[in-house]
Design a protein. Structure first.
Length: 149
């Protein structure tokens, strides 16, 4: 009798383990691309409150000019300061999207260009390539964990 119960339990465990869904990399790449598109729309709209909703609460923003910013509030302050510059404009487009086979981490490569016009009246232009590292959350959404322009 004990052998039968043990075999039944073992069979149930194997059955449950085999039912765990495997990540679909193509689906995750599409979802990550859509999420990145939404983040870029918030960036183009200069909507810092919406923009930071795409970041993990413990995200890092590694600025080439002001160093490492930790967490949503610091990231919001940094980007918000940029959005507030006179004549600020920025645009980017997705060059590459990759998701690990595990389906829980990925990155996007986004070349960007922008400008602002300080009080001097001489427009300052900048461009670069941004790498965003994303982590899939427990609820299935993607959030930025590292932002490196």
């Amino acid at each position: 009798m004990n052998k039968q119960i043990l075999l039944l339990l073992l069979s149930a465990i194997i059955s449950i383990a085999s039912c765990t869904p495997k990540p679909d990399p193509e689906k995750e790449v599409l979802l990550l691309r859509q999420t990145t598109d939404s983040l870029l729309k918030a960036l183009n709209q200069k909507n810092v409150d919406l923009f930071v909703t795409y970041y993990d609460s413990a995200a890092l923003f590694i600025s080439p000019t002001s160093g490492v910013h930790n967490g949503i509030e610091e990231i919001k302050a940094n980007y918000g300061g940029g959005f507030a510059l006179p004549g600020f404009y920025i645009s980017g487009s997705i060059q590459d999207v990759q998701v690990a086979k595990s389906g829980d981490i990925g990155y996007t490569v986004v070349p960007w260009g922008g400008y602002y016009t300080p009080d001097s009246g001489k427009r300052i232009e900048q461009k670069g390539v941004n790498v965003l590292v994303w982590k899939k959350q427990n609820n299935g959404t993607w959030r930025v964990v590292v932002d490196k322009p």
